[in-house]
Design a protein around this ligand. Structure first.
Ligand SMILES: Nc1nc2c(ncn2[C@@H]2O[C@H](COP(=O)(O)OP(=O)(O)O)[C@@H](O)[C@H]2O)c(=O)[nH]1
Ligand SMILES: [Mg+2]
Length: 297
């Protein structure tokens, strides 16, 4: 509890830094996200940017912490003084992104990092969460074209500001096919941003192909979406973050309060045994806590 208070004190001192670059990097496991961040992060650093990488790795579920796992995969970047690599275990949260990722962004920015790269675990909900906390969202896909654009969910493609076809050193034909399929699918989708055409860029971290082009695209993106547009995006993001934080904290608080009442186990057992329908059981519990449904509405 004391740690929490300290953390809140620290967070309260973080000012908004709306000029920073927040970039989300998503894609299925094994597509090459960490490898890309390693290379792209170094390029950003060489251009004078201070880079913080917040990575969330599913493998950490087994080890309880992914520090080694991801540091090994970003060996150069994590040794660079101008960069900060913080892989965080994803076990804390189903979404894959830990609930504290947003706070971590603020702390990194306050500490002077102007470019925040967030790598997702690439499963389900985490992309949507990450998209709601970044300015630019990148989707990495494999060059295995065909089958309904590799089963990428339409919603994820529609959020992407850039699509990178990875491992393009392996098979150029496949890469070009993937590109064509992605290009034609995008035509039927809602654009991710105004005045922005989503590039589909083949890349390879081994042959360095497309890395400079990706940099140019990122610079372009942040140029197009000048400070004003970005500031209003962040205002919106803070609004929904407030809602989410309220929701989570109130939920935790109420659940804890409900569970600590004397009648909790009894009511739950009655409900489980079928004596009391769950709807009625929960209602009684709320009434006991002096929280009624009408009060909630
Ligand atoms: N041939 C080739 N392999 C790559 C490339 N990028 C990543 N890989 C390999 O793909 C595997 C998964 O990469 P990783 O970055 O860990 O993927 P992540 O799970 O999306 O973070 C590793 O074995 C990488 O060496 C690339 O550009 N070309
Ligand atoms: Mg990774």
């Amino acid at each position: 509890m004391q740690d929490r208070e300290l953390a809140y004190d620290l967070l309260a001192q973080c000012k908004p830094h709306d000029h920073t670059w927040r970039i989300g990097i998503t894609g299925p496991p094994g597509v090459g996200k960490s490898s890309f961040v390693e290379v792209f992060g170094q390029l950003l650093v060489s251009k004078g940017r201070r880079v913080a990488v917040l990575a969330v790795d599913p493998s950490s579920t087994r080890t309880g912490g992914s520090i080694l796992g991801d540091k090994v995969r970003m060996p150069q970047l994590s040794l660079d003084d101008r960069a900060f690599v913080r892989p965080s275990p994803s076990r804390a949260c189903l979404g894959g992104v830990t609930p504290t990722t947003r706070d971590a962004i603020l702390l990194c920015e306050e500490a002077g990092y102007d470019t925040i790269l967030i790598e997702t675990v690439g499963v389900g909900q985490s992309e949507i969460e990450v998209a709601s906390m970044v300015d630019m969202f990148m989707l990495l896909v494999l060059p295995t074209a065909g089958d309904e654009v590799q089963g990428i969910k339409r919603g994820i493609m529609e959020m992407a500001h850039a699509i990178l076809v990875t491992k393009s050193d392996i098979d150029d034909g496949a890469t070009q096919r993937a590109r064509a399929i992605l290009r034609s699918s995008l035509q039927f989708m809602v654009p991710s941003a105004e005045q922005w055409s989503v590039p589909i860029q083949p890349i390879s971290v081994f042959s360095q192909l497309g890395i400079d082009e990706t940099m140019a695209c990122v610079e372009d993106f942040f140029d197009v979406r000048r400070l004003h547009a970005r500031a209003s995006l962040r205002t919106e993001q803070r609004r929904s973050w407030f809602e989410t934080a309220m929701h989570q904290e109130l939920m935790n608080l109420l659940l804890a309060r409900a569970a600590s009442t004397a009648i909790f186990s009894e009511i739950r057992e009655q409900s489980v045994a079928g004596v009391l329908p769950p709807t009625v059981a929960v209602h009684r519990l709320l009434a006991h806590l002096e929280l009624t449904i009408s009060e909630q509405l």
